[in-house]
Design a protein around this ligand. Structure first.
Ligand code: GSH
Length: 237
């Protein structure tokens, strides 16, 4: 089977969830890291031949380009041998995963991305301190969204669909890690969310921990580089 070319950046949540899905499903793929903070998604072959939207993640499969993480997930589920539990046919499973993914695009993804951008990415790129107003408003939105997620999607069962993990769980944990990894107090007054998070983490095992380590190392490396640059500026002045 010709490997799928997978373009990703571990700073991006959907890149992490699709990477874990590819690995866990043993789909042959070529991993092509693209650095967003270096602007590699805005230039060269990636811009001209891979993703006309200039966003990550993206794939090429048999020469065809595809972007948008949900479309990529459905493509993989349709065209490759993805184990059934990720996107089950039985008992409305597939429809429930789709329901979560549709909700996620305008709720979870927006809230987690906005918090991450206001607290970490924008200050990094603009070499400024985070704006208190912007971070407060992103925190409120995140607060509501996590409460909704806990109330509307989690129940007394282990995973969102029951006893088996699905792509909805994988997508959600990677979203939630975005604010969590930069210090957001995700589990305060959210016991059900904490229980679900632990169950998903445990089920994914090293597929998850390896990717999470890379994400955290990347955050640290970028922070260290910004700190070094600040110190160099201070010495110059
Ligand atoms: N709806 C898209 C969103 C893709 C997206 O916004 N990716 C961000 C990653 S955080 C990106 O590439 N941003 C780079 C930019 O906007 O310049 C998906 O689910 O794939």
């Amino acid at each position: 089977m010709t490997p799928v070319k997978f373009y990703f950046d571990f700073l991006n949540q959907a890149s992490r969830s699709l990477y874990i899905l590819l690995e866990a499903s043993k789909i042959p793929f070529e991993a092509i890291p693209i650095s967003m903070v270096k602007g590699e998604h805005l230039t060269g072959e990636f811009r001209d031949k891979v993703n006309r939207f200039r966003k990550l993640p993206a794939i090429t499969d048999h020469g065809y380009q595809l972007s948008e993480s949900v479309a990529i997930f459905r493509h993989l589920a349709r065209e490759k041998l993805v184990p059934e539990h990720w996107y089950p046919h039985r008992h409305l499973g597939r429809s429930r995963v789709d329901e979560y993914l549709a909700w996620q695009q305008t709720n979870m993804d927006v809230a987690c991305t906005d918090y991450f951008q206001q607290k970490w990415l924008v200050p990094y790129l603009q070499k400024t301190r985070p704006s208190d107003n912007a971070v407060n408003s992103a925190s409120k939105q995140l607060e509501h969204t996590l409460n909704d997620f806990e109330e509307l999607f989690l129940n007394s069962r282990k995973f969102m669909l029951g006893e088996n993990i699905s792509y909805a769980d994988l997508s959600a944990i990677c979203e939630i890690d975005q604010p969590k990894s930069i210090g957001y107090n995700t589990f305060k007054n959210r016991n059900k969310l904490a229980r679900w998070y632990e169950a998903v983490r445990e089920e994914l095992g090293p597929y998850y921990t390896d990717v999470q380590k890379e994400f955290e190392a990347k955050l640290k490396l970028t922070n260290d580089a910004a700190q070094g640059e600040k110190q160099a500026q201070a010495v110059k002045q």
